[in-house]
Write a new protein. Structure first.
Length: 117
């Protein structure tokens, strides 16, 4: 077993910051940047309930995204898109590009979802 690395006896459970729900918005934050530059946020789909699902505007890095899309190809190449990733978290991406580089975003940056009226 020593050939595989050091032995340890316990796992450490990490906690993620919780999104903040305000009257007409939710403040989330970037918790992971993957190798493609996609930004994973701390907001899960199961935490995102109406009335926000009806109409929302997402703001990150000074850029507005008008909706949560079903997949990456909804937007043109080089444009930002917000979607629920395979883990159920909100993800901000640039189609065929890096959201981290394009939006100059990194772990800890704020992502705001605002209810459209």
């Amino acid at each position: 077993c020593g050939d595989l690395g050091s032995q340890f006896d316990a796992f450490e459970r990490l906690s993620l910051p919780a999104p903040r729900r305000l009257d007409d918005s939710i403040e989330a934050q970037v918790i992971h940047v993957d190798r493609f530059g996609n930004l994973t946020c701390n907001l899960r789909h199961d935490e995102f309930a109406t009335p926000f699902a009806a109409g929302v505007s997402i703001s990150v890095g000074g850029v507005q995204i008008s909706e949560i899309s079903p997949h990456y190809s909804v937007v043109r190449v080089g444009k930002p898109v917000a979607l629920w990733n395979s883990w159920g978290h909100l993800e901000i991406a640039i189609r065929n590009g890096s959201a981290a580089r394009h939006l100059r975003s990194r772990i800890g940056d704020r992502v705001q979802l605002k209810l459209r009226r």
